[in-house]
Structure formats: structure tokens, C-alpha cells
Design a protein around this ligand. Structure first.
Ligand SMILES: O=C(O)CCC(=O)C(=O)O
Ligand SMILES: [Fe+2]
Length: 277
């Protein structure tokens, strides 16, 4: 009998199935960035804005960002952060570049008709600074839809307390099953309760992270001797349910397809006036 090649009997490839399983089980995905030119543009522009604001000349963007704590006081930090976020979000290329860095992974994990957050956030964590911490939380606790994922991009190498932590899905399930018992606890109590099970994300510049923001996550005082610069923005499938962060105000559709545009503009013809149907 002729040897006919076995047709593919599944809707998704083995690779996609493995990526999906991994994400569901671990709560996050870390991968090398393929769009390095776009990443370099984002990192170098951030460094230029920071260097200009601090009136500090530098040779190496990585070195400047890692050492910003030498040139800025904790008090000046918030102004620097706001200035940098505003300037970089003012470019017309930041959000498209950010999207393209994450695109293929988002298409596997989220969908190909996507809504993106209207802005990209910047996090700067100076060593020993407690002014901009995000204590343990899930974004869904403050009204984000569980259909959103966070796309998180390190502009410097991030490790230990210079990075962020996340609670794995199996441990989160246990926590949520007993959540009412924890009412009245502070986020510090919650952190201590979960501390042994938290995963600290070890990620270098040149890699990307997508995580499940329904899992508890956050950061602590950065006790390493380098400054953290990272960005984050949220994506969701455009027609999945929205939470407090709505389409228009917070999310913008970025990749609508022709059939969806046809459907959105469709008006049923007035059948009363003519008897053609
Ligand atoms: O960057 C961090 O340390 C935490 C980020 C976070 O909570 C988020 O992006 O939802
Ligand atoms: Fe968060």
C-alpha cells in the first residue's frame, strides 16, 4: 500500500499545545526576544531620555540604567519616572514596537484579534527604595479582567529582589480556596504566608515575560546593588469580557480583521420597505 503521509488531526500544533500547557501550569512564559532591533530602540531611547533629564552623559545604555541610583535621589525618582514614561509614550512607535516584540507569543496564548492597553508602564526600582513597591496582589483584585495578560519587558538583567515574584497556579488555587480565612490580613501577612512558594523571576535583557495576572505577584525592596528598569503593558482578546479597565478608556483594539470590521459595520436591511427577502 502507498505510504500516505499522516494528516494532522489536531487544531493546534504540538509546539503550541506545549506552550499553552506550560503557561497554564507555571503561570508565566520567558523567551528570547526575536525583535532585538525594536528592543534596542526602546532601551536606548529610555536611556537617552533618562540621561538628558539627569544631564548625565554616558557611553553604555545598560550601564546608565543599572546605575541610575548613583545620579538620582529617591525624592527625585518619581519626577524622573513620570517624565520618562510621558516622553517615551509620546512617540508614535513605542506601542507598535512593544506589540511586535510580544506578537507571536500573544497569538499563541491570547489570540490574534487583540486589544492593547493605551500606554506602556515603566517601573524603576532603585536599590533600597521603598517608595514604589507593588505589594503582593493580583491585578484582578483591583478590577482587571481575568482575560488580560501582562507583557513585561526587562530593560536590564533582573534577578532576585531586583525582579518580581509570582505565586504558581496550584498554590494560588489553595490560597483562593481559603481566602476568606485571610480577611483582615495585611499584604505583608499574605507575603509571609506565601513566601516559601513564590517564584522569583530570573530574566535578562533580551528576554520577554508574559504572565497570568490573576496569580498573586509583586515586588519587594530591591536589595541588589543595581537599579531595575522594566516595562509592562496589558493585552487581551478584543471580544473577551472587560473588567473595570474598559475598551476605549484603557484598552484599544490593535489587530481587528476584515470579517470583524464587516460584522461591526453590518446593518440588517430594512425588510419592511421592500419585499425582496
Ligand atoms: O514589575 C513588577 O514588579 C510588578 C508588575 C505588576 O504588578 C504588573 O505589571 O501587574
Ligand atoms: Fe500587577
Amino acid at each position: 500500500m502507498k505510504n500516505i503521509q499522516e494528516p494532522c488531526h489536531t487544531f493546534i500544533s504540538a509546539q503550541e499545545a506545549a506552550d499553552e500547557k506550560n503557561f497554564l501550569e507555571s503561570g508565566y512564559l520567558i523567551e528570547p526576544v526575536k525583535e532585538m532591533e525594536r528592543l534596542r530602540l526602546i532601551r536606548n531611547t529610555t536611556a537617552e531620555i533618562v540621561g538628558r533629564y539627569l544631564d548625565h552623559s554616558y557611553d553604555d545604555a545598560n550601564e546608565l540604567l543599572n546605575n541610575v541610583h548613583r545620579y538620582v535621589t529617591n525624592k527625585e525618582l518619581n519626577d524622573l519616572r513620570l517624565h520618562t514614561i510621558q516622553q517615551i509614550n509620546n512617540t508614535d512607535w513605542l506601542r507598535p514596537a512593544y506589540f511586535h516584540i510580544f506578537q507571536s507569543r500573544l497569538e499563541t496564548l491570547v489570540g490574534n484579534e487583540l486589544a492593547m492597553q493605551n500606554s506602556v508602564n515603566l517601573s524603576i526600582q532603585l536599590p533600597m527604595d521603598d517608595s514604589s513597591l507593588l505589594p503582593i496582589h493580583a491585578d484582578t483584585w483591583s478590577g482587571n479582567s481575568p482575560f488580560e495578560v501582562v507583557a513585561w519587558l526587562p530593560l536590564v538583567d533582573c534577578y532576585k529582589t531586583k525582579s518580581m515574584f509570582i505565586l504558581p497556579p496550584d498554590r494560588t488555587k489553595e490560597l483562593y480556596a481559603n481566602f476568606s480565612e485571610l480577611s483582615g490580613s495585611t499584604s505583608e501577612d499574605l507575603f509571609k504566608e506565601m513566601e516559601a512558594d513564590l517564584i522569583w523571576i530570573d530574566i535578562n535583557y533580551g528576554e520577554l515575560l508574559i504572565f497570568n495576572q490573576t496569580l498573586p505577584h509583586g515586588n519587594r525592596i530591591n536589595t541588589e546593588n543595581e537599579t531595575r528598569f522594566s516595562m509592562n503593558s496589558r493585552f487581551k482578546s478584543v471580544f473577551s469580557p472587560y473588567g473595570a479597565k474598559e475598551l476605549g478608556a484603557f484598552f484599544e483594539p490593535i489587530t481587528l480583521k476584515a470579517a470583524t470590521r464587516i460584522g461591526m459595520n453590518f446593518e440588517f436591511p430594512n425588510i419592511k420597505s421592500k419585499s425582496v427577502l
